[in-house]
Design a protein around this ligand. Sequence first.
Ligand code: PXL
Length: 279
Amino acid sequence: MKRVVSIQDISCLGKCSLTVALPIISAAGVETAIVPTAVLSTHTAFSGGFTFHDLTGEIDPISEHWKKEGFTFDAIYTGYLGSLEQINIVKKFFDDFKTEGTYIVVDPAMADNGCLYKGFTEDFAKEMATVCAKADICVPNLTEACFMLGEEYKPSGYTREYIENILKGLSALGPRYAVLTGVSFEDDKLGVMAYDKENDTFFEYYNEKIPTSFHGTGDVFASSFTGALMNDLTVEDALKVAVDYTLESIKMTVKDENYNWYGVNFEKAIPKYLELLGE
Ligand code: PXL
């Protein structure tokens, strides 16, 4: 059985980070170890008042114990990180646990729609680029990529050259595969564009665009991508699965007339995920 470790926070309510990664990667038939970096009452998109209990001090002791036990991982998948100190500790974790067969997937979850999430600074975004530098595959959205690279953010109406330039900028940081999520060249289509620097090739895949925006879709995407990769799909095929599953999660969300803005109905879309994985 393949084993992934996901390093990110637990937002107790709000469907993101570990409460998304754990069920989705597990559904893909992959053992999912976790390193919780903080416990929050909700994710930070709720208006104020959320609790935040920092667990930075736990990461090294957990990793030391795991080293003693000789645990290994087929993938290390990181998402939201809460501080510069956590960034450095996570990079050390990569150095400690990366073997030849370990995929490092980095989702620099910190921004969307042109804005950084609460509590982050532009300096933090630049440091997050050093985490992407150590990845095999990084999966930012366009906002995150622009903050990391210091590029101008264009919400829409961009050219293929603009996206290709950003992908090349991301891969120049270090990762073999740079992926941009939420790419759209046509009003009714949304998907990903990726660059494989080893083969100097671009890849793109789009599906239907539902004209609403939900929180947590990036985490659903990165988790389902990691689960697909661990089912021995190629990076390109795993990206297709992640696009199609994220779309299905959004469709399941809007189907319920009492839906919430704060997270998508990835649960009801799990059967579709298994179908996409060929189960
Ligand atoms: O979905 C990304 C995410 C993860 N964790 C926390 C967040 C967010 C986005 O706002 O606030 C705590």
